[in-house]
Design a protein around this ligand. Structure first.
Ligand SMILES: [Zn+2]
Length: 210
């Protein structure tokens, strides 16, 4: 499986591009910005984007979705609990002093237990609310990889002081949905360096006592 991570936009969101080597089909997760750079990676590998999946509707994760959809024709997947946040994209832009990006329709609502597929890999949707109410993580068993959005970081967890955030809920999500994964599972967070479930279980100060 092809897997490239691009840090996009001013807040350096980790955008993942997964490509199936046989079918050349791809899934893009969190096109926060720089849709043209994402398309350049897609084209470099000769891929066709089948799905654009959004871990949550913060502007740094979803800001490039409309443009990427226009460039690739791929449908956008998101949990509907973040629709309200997405409706206020221009408010989010103003917090950061950004120009509001174009908005797109959400084509497919994803829920806990849903699976988005490439021919040789399942992307299992885990609803992990707390950073936002619609936050999801994606578990890819065949790759032993977790795309964690802004729920779990190396040595940290997502902030819960923004609208829709809940500090107890994010810890419950991490305990019940993420710490149940193998210790060897590679975690690709929404920002910063990769880690593993085992490392965070042992060393992440926010997870003490979970
Ligand atoms: Zn966020």
């Amino acid at each position: 499986m092809i897997h490239e991570v691009l840090s996009v936009g001013l807040l350096q969101c980790n955008c993942s591009i997964f490509g199936d080597e046989q079918s050349r089909e791809a899934i893009v997760i969190d096109p926060g910005d720089e849709a043209e750079s994402i398309v350049a990676v897609v084209e470099k590998h000769g891929l066709t984007v089948k799905a654009i999946v959004i871990t949550h509707a913060h502007i740094d994760h979803i800001g490039g979705a409309a443009k990427l959809k226009a460039l690739t024709g791929a449908p956008v997947y998101m949990n509907s609990a973040d629709t309200g946040l997405y409706d206020h994209l221009s408010v989010q832009a103003s917090w950061l002093g950004f120009k509001a990006p174009e908005r797109t329709e959400i084509d497919v609502e994803v829920h806990d237990g849903d699976v988005v597929r490439l021919p040789n890999a399942e992307f299992q949707i885990l609803h992990t609310p707390g950073h936002t109410q619609g936050s999801i993580s994606l578990w890819i068993p065949s790759e032993n990889k977790l795309i964690a959005g802004d729920t779990l970081f190396r040595d940290s967890i997502g902030r819960t002081d923004l609208p829709g955030g809940d500090g107890r809920q994010i810890l419950r999500s991490i305990r019940d949905k993420l710490l149940t994964l193998p210790d060897t599972a590679i975690v690709v967070p929404g920002h910063g360096s990769n880690t593993t479930i085992g490392r965070e279980r042992e060393r992440n100060p926010f997870l003490e006592g979970l």
